[in-house]
Write a protein that binds this ligand. Structure first.
Ligand code: G6P
Length: 611
């Protein structure tokens, strides 16, 4: 949420900052702005996309030091004035910020009483004026000291970057609750909210932790903790190729990411799935496996699509490892004063590894003594670093705001953990585990088969492009897939959609069904098929328009449905990995038909770093 980039070094800052903003635009895209120092401070900002900002820039807005911001509004509507950077009253200092300053009102009143004037409705502007007020009071102090004094007064969260025209050899950054990293180059340094913005300039990064402040020059970085003690920070090597963060010929990242799934699932399985030996290797969990085996309960906390994969995880763990599971919205978990016992294990699931609510749930559970595991995609992210142990997805950067390959990556990893646990506990026998493991190894090819039907799925999408509502129904492992299908559709096409457990339909949603209502039924698990058929009959009796996701031999379902999309047969426990694919494509094609920007849907952001 909100992207921050900064550059200081041998290149012209403009090209790096603008390119960085384009890479970060998925974090927020309602306005954008830049500040460069070239003699004096030069700020340009506007409502809208980075491309609108670019058209405002002249030759003179340049120099070798600059910061930029792409915004997802929290305080104050998206408009030119509320866009970042925000400046000091004397126009010499500029700040970009990601996060929320919670005590901004009281600080604002105090600063106003001291004569500082405010122009925007943002919480961020107080940072610019507060830093300025320290520089006014103590003219002898350096910019970093004034930033440190200001951050000591604010409560809330921030990832921020500050430049000052009188100290034009440095960028000062600080972090509490919102991600920031330093990209270390040759005669150049970058700062950014995530690695995609620096990957084309350097593969060396330093992740800042909460409470840290850093002073960046073109050839040095100094990281200080809140006591102003210099820290020695580890330099991490980035394994991110440019290809991974470009569209590669696809019109949208979302479509590219849908089509990448055979590969990303293979990457998730590589070196972990031993088909011949019927075993699972998860190096990241070795030290906590005993804890997991002894766990009386697993709690899964996550948000959005990751919460849906957590729900699939509940079925997987309970079925394969016979351990009770509770799946919580991370945002609710934190504030309900959760009861956590020592032998509970919390698993947090997050694509970005930065979601504020998920991070807060992790910290809450850790404080209460639970072992916390992470299922995370972004290597080096805050959640990955703060969990006791975990498993990475290896899905590669996910840039489309609507999550696709991360969902299947998460379900793959959850399946691996549940299988490994089941084998160790002896809750599944080797023959059954062997069957599932063999089936898991064939999932990438089966997804290829589904993707080959994309034209057929597009034809169905063409017929339902203007439907005002959609209902998605599934049972068992595919109930969470119904929720995910509905979420995909509403977030990118703005069509109202609901996901329901198929049998629950009778307790409400059935009232909505008439000859106008498309109902997507996921009939992909054998053990619930008879019941699903009855539910489909109930829809048909009310003239609902049935789009079925079914296996090729499921004639009963296909005969009842108006449209069918077939998915290859697999083990019931693995069916979500296949059944979700047509739903991703269906929502994609409907959104494109409706002229929506599927990678950047209105009001949404990819990485939700505010609560
Ligand atoms: C946002 C994104 C979703 C994502 C959710 C959780 O809402 O738009 O795609 O599922 O955040 O994000 P996380 O990075 O924690 O998985």
């Amino acid at each position: 949420m909100c992207g921050i980039i900064g550059y200081i070094g041998k290149k012209q800052a403009k090209e790096v900052v603008i390119q960085g903003l384009k890479r970060l635009e998925y974090r927020g895209y309602d306005s954008a702005g830049v500040a460069f120092i070239n003699g004096g401070l030069n700020v340009k900002k506007c409502k809208g996309k980075v491309s609108s900002l670019e058209s405002l820039l002249h030759e003179s807005e340049n120099g070798h030091i600059g910061i930029g911001h792409t915004r997802w509004a929290t305080h104050g509507e998206p408009n030119d004035i509320n866009s970042h950077p925000h400046t000091s009253s004397n126009g010499k200092l500029a700040v970009v910020h990601n996060g929320i300053i919670e005590n901004y009102n009281s600080l604002k009143k105090k600063l106003e009483s001291e004569g500082y004037k405010f122009y925007s409705e943002t919480d961020t502007e107080i940072l610019a004026k507060l830093i300025e007020s320290f520089l006014d009071k103590y003219p002898e102090i350096a910019l970093e000291k004034s930033v440190q004094m200001a951050t000591a007064q604010v409560s809330g969260t921030y990832g921020l970057a500050v430049v000052h025209e009188e100290e034009a050899d440095k960028i000062v950054v600080a972090r509490k609750g919102s991600p920031l990293l330093i990209g270390v180059g040759e005669d150049e340094m970058l700062i950014a909210s995530d690695a995609s913005a620096v990957a084309e300039y350097t593969d060396k990064v330093i992740y800042l932790d909460d409470g840290e402040l850093a002073v960046i020059t073109r050839d040095s970085y100094q990281v200080l903790n809140s006591e102003e003690i210099e820290l020695s920070k580890e330099i991490h090597e980035l394994a991110m190729s440019l290809e991974e963060i470009e569209k590669g010929g696809f019109p949208y990242f979302m479509l590219k990411e849908i089509f990448e799934q055979p590969k990303t699932i293979s990457d998730s399985l590589r070196g972990r799935l031993n088909v011949g030996e019927v075993s699972i290797t998860l190096g990241g969990l070795e030290n906590v496996m005993e804890k997991l085996v002894k766990a009386n309960r697993i709690i899964i906390a996550a948000c959005g699509t990751s919460w849906h994969s957590g729900l699939v995880g509940e079925y997987l763990f309970e079925w394969l490892a016979k351990v009770p599971v509770e799946v919580e919205y991370a945002s609710e978990f934190r504030y309900k004063d959760p009861l956590i016992r020592e032998d509970d294990v919390l698993i947090v699931i997050s694509q970005s590894g930065e979601t504020a609510d998920t991070l807060a749930a992790l910290r809450e559970a850790k404080e209460k003594g639970a072992t916390v595991l992470g299922i995370v995609n972004v290597v080096g992210s805050t959640i990955a670093r703060e969990t006791d142990a975990g498993v990475y997805l290896h899905s590669g950067p996910e840039i489309g705001v609507a999550s696709t390959k991360a969902f299947t990556g998460q379900v793959t990893v959850l399946t691996l953990i549940a299988l490994s646990l089941g084998l160790q506990k002896g809750t599944i026998d080797k023959a059954e585990a062997g069957r599932i493991i063999r089936a898991l190894s064939t999932i990438p090819n089966k997804i290829e088969e589904i993707l080959e039907q994309s034209l057929k799925i597009k034809e169905i999408a063409d017929l339902f492009t203007y439907a005002p509502n959609f209902l998605y129904l599934g049972r068992s492992y595919n109930f969470p897939v119904a929720l995910e299908g509905a979420l995909k559709l509403k977030e990118i096409s703005y069509i109202h959609a609901e996901g329901y457990p198929a049998a629950e339909m009778k307790h409400g949603p059935i009232a909505l069904i008439d000859e106008m209502m498309p109902v997507v039924v996921i009939a992909a698990t054998e053990h619930t098929n008879d019941k699903m058929v009855s539910n489909i009959e109930e829809i048909k009796a009310r003239k609902g328009r049935i789009i079925a996701i079914a296996t090729p031999n499921n004639n009963e379902v296909m005969d009842l449905a108006e449209f069918s999309i077939t998915i290859p047969e697999t083990e019931d426990v693995l069916s979500p990995l296949l059944s979700v694919i047509p739903l991703q494509l269906l929502s994609y094609y409907i959104a494109v038909n409706r002229g929506c920007n599927v990678d950047q849907p209105r009001n949404l952001a990819k990485s939700v770093t505010v609560e």
